[in-house]
Design a protein around this ligand. Structure first.
Ligand code: PLP
Length: 359
């Protein structure tokens, strides 16, 4: 019950244990097409360029940024935690000029700060932000951030790594031009796959670049030759077929539940967990209304040796929770209620274990 990976449905593990298929096998191509269809449902998008990268969420982050940004481009990035900071690092590494909108760790990004920064930087081409900042537990209103970015004629790159599948994400309605996620958080699968989606505007922007994309593996044009087309798919890399079986199964489970129902379940269970945490003396770190429903952060009470607590939870109760990251190390715990784990039984298991160890 940390920030992911979490327990996965046994059906996902079963699916992963089937015989591997070659990356151009007709059955495998059909599976890829189904994954694309299921991802469009999950992302709430009609984007044709919706597919999966063979790698963790960080690969999706790099792919979105490296395709859209040319050396010298000004990119405004909203940073209120560890993962948005990673975005800023990548922007600089690929030659972009990162202009940082700073937010307090543990708070949603204040939209007015983005508005002010864009007014001061009218030559900005791209705006980047994180929806659910897993390092702090804060959820930003990215619909509003996206509106502001588009008003200033910018394309939007949004990190929906933790939120996708568990929290409302509406790629088309919110006009998110390039989004990426991972398999092991809100999507309730094992780690190692990164779903991405690019809007028509983003694809056009990429096709009209003046300089080549500074990555081979993440070049959208090359990736599309593998993921698109009727019968002429080209080898790009050897796809990890069994990982894909797992993701396919996890997406089917999500679709069978109905994504709106999954959003509601995560919201309800997070409210239950928080009220029970308060009853054992643990207070949420993030103010109400700004909390990620599938990743709850709590303040560590004064005088508690937090490493010992986590060790004892693991050794005595077989329960993993997350530590603080970056500047929040030693200050908060991060409790995941993701997918298969977001239920009453796990809430009570977690509360009883923490109560026992704290005593
Ligand atoms: C976990 C996470 C990432 C990185 O994903 P990996 O699968 O660990 O590479 C990026 N952004 C956010 C918000 C995350 O929570």
């Amino acid at each position: 019950m940390g920030p992911g990976p979490s327990n996965v449905h046994p059906k996902v593990l079963d699916a992963m244990s089937k015989a591997p298929l070659g990356h151009l096998d007709p059955q495998f191509i059909a599976l890829m097409d189904e994954i694309k269809f299921l991802l469009r449902y999950t992302f709430k998008t009609e984007n044709d360029s919706t597919f999966v990268l063979s790698g963790p969420g960080s690969l999706g982050m790099e792919a979105c940024l490296v395709n859209l940004i040319e050396p010298g481009d000004k990119v405004v990035v909203c940073v209120g935690g560890y993962f948005a900071n990673r975005m800023a690092q990548i922007i600089e590494k690929i030659g972009g000029q990162a202009v940082v909108v700073k937010e307090t760790w543990g708070r949603a990004i204040e939209p007015q700060k983005l508005e002010d920064t864009l007014k001061q930087n009218p030559d900005t081409k791209i705006v980047a932000f994180v929806h659910a900042e897993t390092s702090t537990g804060a959820l930003s209103n990215i619909k509003q951030l996206s509106e502001i970015a588009h008003k200033h004629n910018c394309l939007v790159v949004a990190d929906v790594v933790t939120s996708l599948g568990a929290t409302n994400v509406l790629v088309d309605d919110w006009k998110l031009d390039a989004v990426y996620s991972c398999s092991q958080k809100g999507l309730a699968c094992v780690a190692g796959m990164s779903p991405v989606s690019f809007s028509e505007e983003a694809v056009l922007h990429i096709k009209n670049r003046k300089t080549p994309i500074r990555s081979w593996f993440n070049d959208l044009n090359l990736l599309e030759s593998y993921w698109k087309g009727q019968d002429k798919r080209a080898y790009h890399h050897t796809a990890p077929s069994n990982q894909f079986y797992g993701l396919h199964e996890a997406l089917i489970i999500l679709k069978e539940e109905g994504i709106e129902n999954a959003w509601r379940r995560h919201k309800e269970n997070s409210a239950k967990l928080i009220s029970k945490l308060k009853m054992i003396g643990l207070d949420p770190f993030v103010p109400e209304g700004e909390r990620i429903p599938n990743l709850i952060t709590v303040k560590i009470p004064f005088g508690i040796d937090e490493v010992n607590v986590r060790n004892e939870l693991l050794n005595k109760h077989n329960l993993e929770i997350g530590a603080g990251l970056g500047e929040l190390a030693g200050k908060i715990w991060r409790i995941g209620l993701m997918g298969y784990n977001s239920n009453e039984k796990m809430i009570d298991y977690c509360i009883n274990a923490i109560k026992d160890v704290l005593k």
